[in-house]
Ligand binder design. Sequence first.
Ligand code: G3P
Ligand code: CA
Length: 281
Amino acid sequence: MVSSATKRPFFLSLLIGLIISTLSYILQPLQPFQSIAHRGASFYAPENTMAAFQKAVDLDFDFIEFDVRLSKDGQLVVIHDADVQRTTNGVGYIGDLTVQEIKMLDAGSWFSPEFSQERIPLLEEVLKQFGGKIGLLIEMKSSENQPQLTQRLSDTLMEYIDNGLKPSTLKVQSFNVKEMKRFHELSPTISSGLLFEKPLNIFHFADYRKFAAFLSVNHHLLSNSIIHEAKRYGFDIYSWTIKKQYQFQMMQRFGVNGIISDEECKKPLKFTTTSTGTLKK
Ligand code: G3P
Ligand code: CA
């Protein structure tokens, strides 16, 4: 039988261990980050609409993140889901609808009646309205089913760059490694990134680094060691999707470069601007 005198040193060392790990977490400095509005400022306005993007500008986010898909008639439209049911008053797949049909849908009432005039935006509309005003982090959705999406996106963005839009204000990401690699070959001046929702394999980092400048990682998968390793290869790290205020501080302690969140960080610290871009003030 284990006596209480034998148990005491065990609990004491457990307590000391807990205190040390809590202190080392608290003492890790809060790092500056680029603030990225997930599907626009989607806590305040319907996701992936002009209203959500304008709200992100008003809140002084550094970037808006949004998703693109191809319509039946080959236009790049801004929507997360493959079908329109969840975020509009219509039904059907984006790939089966023409822009004329898509534009008839109400993309705001599901969120609140005050947004009933919102429509699913075209990428071109977002570029015209917000290009140069706020950074654009564009996610290619479903490029495995729509391989022409990668080419269309590259052509469109390069046209805007040729007309004066700064490449540093654009980033493109995807879960699809093959299409992301192709996008980088087509548009090497635009920063490319890979999305991860499953644990990262550090043995792939050297390969990824040939075409990707950043890794966008589900925040549950992040640790000091994985971030350290990724930064050793020269990747920037973005974490998604932050929905709680306390998570901002966790991510800042990890030292991620960008935080993709639905709402803004309510306790921003005073940071200075660096050569990597505008950092959250
Ligand atoms: O940018 C990261 C995040 O957007 C990926 O998830 O489902 O919101 O597109 P999802
Ligand atoms: Ca997305």
